[in-house]
Ligand binder design. Structure first.
Ligand SMILES: NC(=O)c1ccc[n+]([C@@H]2O[C@H](COP(=O)([O-])OP(=O)(O)OC[C@H]3O[C@@H](n4cnc5c(N)ncnc54)[C@H](OP(=O)(O)O)[C@@H]3O)[C@@H](O)[C@H]2O)c1
Length: 223
């Protein structure tokens, strides 16, 4: 696990929806749509209050999300859309993906060696040499005036953020379903903690019933 650093960075908020057994999606990563209507309102409010929404290329490939705010569903006038950010070191996010449709500002965080082209309205930000380095990316986004970043997944991106220890809030919607292990992605697809001293330790801030499930909010405990 990395040591926390003192560089200025935006507030990082992790959010996801899981099954009771901690799975993010169906077998082979097929999108599960675990949130009910009340949780979707919560997620769209979170998006509306964020400067950017981050996902990994895996989520773009498997889910093809549009990562927009449904202003009408949260009862607000249309506001400034959060920037959509795709972590794509090797350039695997499909050019025809919804995030690249030009309907909201979109940025690809990548590395120098990725020389593929993206649609013209998509901005490229170099953050790292072999793989997108999150601390470097957070610093670059902070320098652009971004102060609130919502990280929506998937499993490998959540693992990187958790391993870096550089996040401020985690909200998890737990849907009342069991998916099973097999090929369904876990919430955190990274190396398992070797012992208590390596655990990512969190403090529970609150639990709220939404739809037939609940959302739990956490903040990291000091290491
Ligand atoms: N239930 C939910 O709330 C929710 C939300 C989102 C996604 N999901 C599910 O999550 C699954 C996708 O998860 P996933 O693990 O396959 O993909 P992912 O985490 O979305 O993306 C992983 C990819 O992001 C790129 N990446 C770049 N920099 C990274 C970094 N610093 N750390 C981690 N990844 C980085 C890597 O590809 P490169 O090497 O090419 O850069 C990596 O393979 C899907 O099944 C989707 O349905 C569920």
């Amino acid at each position: 696990m990395s040591e926390p650093d003192s560089r200025a960075r935006p507030r990082i908020w992790l959010n996801c929806a899981i099954s009771i057994d901690g799975r993010l999606a169906f077998a082979r990563g097929v999108r599960a749509r675990l949130s009910g209507p009340q949780d979707l309102v919560r997620v769209h409010r979170l998006r509306a209050e964020s400067d950017a929404i981050v996902v990994g290329s895996g989520t773009v490939i498997l889910d093809d999300p549009s990562l927009t705010v449904h202003w009408e569903e949260i009862g607000r006038l249309v506001g400034r859309p959060p920037t959509r950010i795709v972590l794509d070191s090797s350039g695997s996010a499909p050019a025809g993906a919804r995030v690249f449709d030009g309907s909201s500002p979109t940025l690809v965080a990548t590395v120098k060696s990725n020389n593929r082209t993206y649609p013209p309205h998509v901005e490229r930000l170099i953050a790292g040499t072999d793989r997108v380095e999150l601390p470097e990316l957070w610093t670059l986004l902070y320098e652009r005036g971004m102060r609130r970043i919502l990280v929506e997944g998937g499993a490998r991106v959540i693992a990187s953020v958790v391993a870096s220890r550089r996040f401020d809030r985690l909200t998890v919607y737990v849907a009342p379903v069991l998916i099973g292990q097999g090929t369904s992605p876990p919430m955190v697809a990274g190396p398992a903690a070797e012992g208590f001293e390596h655990l990512a330790r969190l403090r529970l801030l609150g639990v709220e019933r939404l739809d037939d499930g609940y959302v739990a909010s956490y903040e990291p405990r000091d290491p």
